[in-house]
Every structure is written in C-alpha cells, then in structure tokens.
Write a protein that binds this ligand. Structure first.
Ligand SMILES: C[S@@+](CC[C@H](N)C(=O)[O-])C[C@H]1O[C@@H](n2cnc3c(N)ncnc32)[C@H](O)[C@@H]1O
Length: 435
C-alpha cells in the first residue's frame, strides 16, 4: 500500500539515480526553460538509454500517485472533468500558430504577438496565459512572453504540432461525442450511428471514406500518422528493435495499409536485400510516400507504392506481411475478412506481423504514465472513430483461428510497453491450408 512517505522516498532514490545517469551520459538535467528542451524519453535502445527510460517511468509512476494522494479524490475527479479545456487551449495555440510567432531565444510583447496572430490583444492574452498556467510559454515580465521548454518543443518538432493538430482537433471532436453515441446505441439502436465519428462529422460514411474525400482532414490524418513515429511511444525504433529483421535476407515485404510508408522507411535500412511494397487505398497518402522515397536514391529502387483495398484478394505473393495499426480499426468480422483476403497469396512459412497495442488481461490497474495508459487511450480512439477496439493476445489468436482453423501459428509476442512503446509485435506464421 503506497503512502505519501514511501512514495516520496522512492522518488528521492530514483531521482538520485536519474541525475547520476544524466551526468554519465553528458545530458543536461531537465528544466522548464526554453533551452531545457530535451526529452530523454527519446533515448535509444542502448543499455544507458533503457535505464533512463526505466527510471523515468518509475519516477512518473510514483510522482503521479503522490500527486493524487495529496490532491484527494475531489480534485482528482475535477482535474479529469476539466481536461477538455487543456485540449482546447493547445488546439487553439497550434491552430493560430502562436508558438511560431514567439521567437526562440528571445521574447515578444503580447501586443506584437496579437498583431502577428491577428486576433484582439485581450483575447490573445487570455489564450497565452492559460497556456502559461499549463507550462506552455512563460510570461517573463508583465505582457512579455517567451518560450518554455514545452512551447519551444512545438517549434522545434513539427511532427509534434501535426500530432496536436489531428489529436486535439479531430480526435478531440470525435471523443467528446462518444458519450452521446454510446447512449444513443443503448436507447435508440435503430437510429444510432455506427460511431461517435459520424456524430462529430455529421456523416453516415466511415472515417476512411469521409477522409478520402476531404483533403484538409485527410492531410492532417496522414501527417499525424507519419509524425507520431517520431515520438517515443510510437517510435519505429521500438519496432526495429522488436524483431531480428536483418536475418530475413532477400525477401519481399508488404506493408498492408502502410499509409505514406513510414514503417517501411524505418525497416528498409535494417534489411538491405529486401524489397518493399506499401499498399493503401488512400491515394494522397501513397503520393506523399512516393515523393518522400523519390528523394532517397538508396531506397528508391527497393520501395514501391500500390493502391490496394485490403478487403480484396491480396495480389502480391510475399514472404512478410505487416499490418501496423490496421486490425484495431475494424470490428472482429471485418478484421477476419481483412486477414482472409491474404489467403490466396500465402505460401507456407509466410509471416504475418501485427504491430499495435495489446490490451492486458484483467484486472485493470491504475496507469500513471502516458505510455502505460496509451493502449487504453488508443482503445478510446478506436471506439470513437470506428466503433472498434484494441485486443488481447488471445483475441488476436481467435481472429486468425476464424480465418481458417489451424492455418496460422502464433510464433511470438514482443511487448513494447516495457521498452516505452505502446505497440507490441505479434508474429504469426502461415503453416498451410488445412482444408
Ligand atoms: C491507422 S492507419 C495506419 C497506417 C500505418 N500502418 C501506421 O501504422 O501508421 C490505417 C491505414 O489503413 C488505410 N486503409 C483504410 N481502409 C483501407 C482499405 N480498405 N484498404 C487499404 N488500406 C486502407 C488508411 O488509409 C490508413 O493509411
């Protein structure tokens, strides 16, 4: 049982280990100031990097517990209740691009910032000061704004801004409609829409077909997908480390629903003799990928992009098929159809990799860090966006079993959570058609 005393002493012990490690690695101790920008959560899979990540999680876990015990149940619930105001504020900051108008390394007056952003000074001041309250920006003297480490990160890491844009604006809009969608399904199932997405966007279409026809949101979505692999939780580094990709030699790899090819771009350097095909039904995403690969002469000849609907029979006979963040977008019947469409192309020994979050078996635990909570968050995203869900290992096995009993063998599971990623990797081997 945690007490405030035991938590505090565990934090003291871990912080002391952390500062020694930072010193050994010649990394600065984090500060709230702009030059303090430095996420050591980005550390690589070296022994020191792993220790840093591990200690970071321990401190965050204990510190969150300590905060909750000290704030008490009422303030805890109220903090959860008002989280939408935080989302709205960071959404507004990035939509107005306020962070871009605050100079790095110096400061700007609220008056000049308001003129640059083109909104009234008093309104700008309220938006920025809410940000300051959250540690985004600093008011160094009355009406003079400079960057904090976090607002500077928005400028220095455009991928982060892309994640905020789609996450706060689009996923945010969808998530706020989840309660209405769930209650409608209970009270008026005949007229209820498929998912909260349909209420949020006022459409009967699925998210994928709606996005395909609406260029602005489609661009935000695929930039978000490409951007998130540059953050610790979704980092392709964890996928790279999860399996001995280099051992595969001269193979053909298909990334099914690979968007603009960010997964394949990360794996290709580890597999110098392999060729890759990125398949997706979204033409703009494929075009985005073709443009990125065209700039890299070493990859151009090994990576191609093909339009493909994964409900149709798979046209490419390959050694490896990757489904990264695909099955969780679909309900069980649909996921079984997606996997079944592979059958015409599969040869015994072919590998099918599933890279996404794995829901742990119950009982559920309190989850204090964003990384450990991410699978649950992703499950909420899936509920809102597609009325689909994250799955446990045995639920994945049952999907493969439904495709054709005995055809697939679960060859291995590499959990990403301990390594600071939320996705895990499941490897299935096709052992042949049994009937
Ligand atoms: C959640 S994203 C995952 C993208 C990428 N694999 C990743 O991990 O970032 C789902 C992808 O599936 C694609 N998609 C949706 N429906 C599809 C279909 N019927 N056939 C092929 N691709 C589809 C979308 O365009 C999108 O790129």
């Amino acid at each position: 049982m945690s007490s405030i005393e035991s938590l505090a002493s565990s934090i003291t012990e871990q912080v002391s280990k952390l500062s020694s490690l930072l010193q050994e690695e010649h990394l600065p101790s984090p500060t709230f100031d702009e030059p303090g920008f430095g996420d050591f959560a980005y550390e690589a899979d070296t022994p020191a990097g792993k220790s840093l990540r591990d200690i970071r999680h321990r401190i965050l876990d204990s510190a969150q517990d300590l905060i909750r015990l000290v704030q008490g149940p009422t303030e805890h619930i109220l903090t959860l209740t008002w989280a939408t105001a935080d989302t709205a504020n960071i959404n507004l900051i990035t939509q107005l691009r306020i962070h871009e108008y605050v100079p790095l390394g110096s400061s700007i007056s609220i008056k000049d910032l308001a003129a640059a952003v083109r909104i009234p000074e008093s309104l700008l001041a309220r938006i920025v000061r809410y940000g300051v309250a959250n540690g985004v920006f600093v008011e160094e003297s009355p009406n003079i704004i400079r960057h904090s480490a976090s607002s500077a990160a928005l400028v220095q890491n455009p991928h982060l801004t892309n994640i905020v844009r789609f996450g706060a604006e689009d996923l945010g809009k969808i998530m706020t409609k989840i309660p209405e969608a769930v209650v409608l399904k209970r009270d008026d199932p005949v007229h209820a829409p498929d998912a909260a997405f349909n209420l949020a966007y006022g459409t009967g279409e699925s998210l994928f077909s709606y996005f395909q026809r609406n260029e602005a949101v489609n661009k935000r979505y695929h930039e978000y997908l490409a951007g998130r692999v540059h953050t610790p939780m979704w980092s392709v580094d964890r996928l790279r480390a999860a399996w001995p990709w280099g051992s595969l030699g001269k193979v053909k790899v298909v990334d099914v629903g690979g968007s603009s090819g960010h997964t394949v771009l990360a794996l290709a350097p580890l597999m110098p003799d392999a060729t890759f095909i990125v398949q997706d039904s979204n033409l703009s995403a494929l075009e985005m990928g073709r443009r990125a690969v065209a700039e890299d002469s070493s990859l151009r000849s090994r990576i191609s992009f093909e339009e493909y609907n994964f409900f149709e029979p798979q046209p490419v006979q390959a050694d490896v098929y990757i489904y990264r963040h695909i099955l969780h977008d679909w309900r069980d019947d649909e996921a079984v159809k997606i996997l079944s469409s592979l059958l015409p192309a599969l040869r015994p020994g072919a590998r099918v990799f599933i890279s996404e979050g794995i829901i742990p078996e119950p009982p559920a635990r309190r989850l204090n860090t964003l990384t450990s909570k991410m699978t649950r968050l992703e499950d909420v995203f899936m509920l809102g966006a597609h009325d689909s869900r994250e799955r446990t290992v045995s639920e994945f096995e049952s999907l493969f079993h439904r495709v054709n009993p005995g055809d697939f063998r679960l060859a291995g599971v590499t959990s990403g959570v301990e390594a600071g990623a939320f996705q895990s990797l499941l490897e299935f081997e096709f052992v042949g058609l049994k009937n």
